[in-house]
Write a protein that binds this ligand. Sequence first.
Ligand code: TYD
Ligand code: MG
Length: 455
Amino acid sequence: MAKSKTVFFCRNCGHEAAKWIGKCPACGEWNTFAEETIVTGKSGSAQMLLQQGSSQPPVPVQEIEAGKEQRMDMHYAELNRVLGGGLVPGSLILIGGEPGIGKSTLMLQVALSLNRMKVLYVSGEESRQQIRMRADRIGIGNEQCYILTETDTSAIMQHFARLEPDLVVVDSIQTLQTSRVEASAGSITQIRECAAELNKLAKVSNVPVFLIGHITKDGSIAGPKVLEHMVDTVIQFEGDRHYGFRILRAVKNRFGSASELGIFEMHAKGLREVSNPSEVLLSQRDTAVSGVAISAMIEGLRPMLIETQALVSTAAYGTPQRSVTGFDLRRLNMLLAVLEKRAGFRLSAKDVFLNIAGGLRVDDPATDLAVIAAVLSSSGDIPIDDKIAFAAEVGLSGEIRAVNRVEARISEADKLGFNRIFISKFNAKSLDSKAYRIRIESISSVQELAERLFG
Ligand code: TYD
Ligand code: MG
């Protein structure tokens, strides 16, 4: 007989409690508990079903036959890379991102371009007509892409069994509902249960399943956070909506590196891969302007050159403003304090604006040196040659610190035709500078940078 009970779930991390609590003991968030009714004993939870299925006895690891790892080609090299070299059959992948960032577009586009693969695209968000209109914009390259507008998991399973697709896309997990539990769609119980069912489907049939999940700016909708533990791979789709660039980032990957990243650009006809980000991210300038410095940074595992732009002007009001786009404000404040204290630049009465071109968000510490160079250049109104790149971290005493994978950064700058790159002297020690065409300038302090650049 079905029994129902009331439990409380943290909307942030999915922690379960018998009564309402103000602060979640698991994730420390305040005011995240919501009441949900769960019905147990009806037909057993998916969790129980999963346990029943595992009837094979334990085997010593060396006796397990190592099957050759298979990967499915996803047509888009950027997506393949993020997945760790293609899609693993039977895996469950969660694509998270803010509303409107392009998750549905990306998945439909992938579904429409996979040749000779039968794809079941389940949507609980859009009507068939809406999907057709979007498909027309993107272009239909795969005639075996089946659209199903359905939110009930058991109906989806039936259609799955009849169609026997090679790939399933579900848009989105928040709209799904299973009759196993009595809670409204989008609640944590439903999300968990539906994801468990789809995971079982993927594992039993060996067909990969993509789940789309929404997250809001403040991360208040639970879904994806709870789901992260249940799925094999978590991919984040992010970017500034006002710019065309979108970054696909592996956050968790059981089958590959979690620091991989793919770059796309949103167009009128869907998303386009950006295979050489540096060429797009370096804005085209005819004449050298002050306040611009190029950083040889690494995002994920990829080196790329991006522009940092600074504007330093006399503060119009009493308190100077510091404002950043795509960079950490506290980090900028720290770098400005270093310039003030260690190199004697008077910036405390100046407004400082910093912008990373292309709407990208960077957190690579190696961007520090370019930021400092851009600020100095704008402050003195002296342009920096656009064939100079920077790659080093700046410490609190104004010292220039070594960064990881400096060879990759230098090679990338070299390949793109830069002729000088400033790095830390600690990085330069172990380098074979003859291997590059680019001139390597090793420095040890911010004063030295100022002298070498403008002195
Ligand atoms: P969408 O995939 O619906 O976002 P999500 O599923 O993450 O909520 O796409 C969002 C935006 O993409 C929408 O504002 C319109 C834009 N877009 C284009 O610019 N070009 C296109 O070809 C398509 C299909 C969408
Ligand atoms: Mg969508």
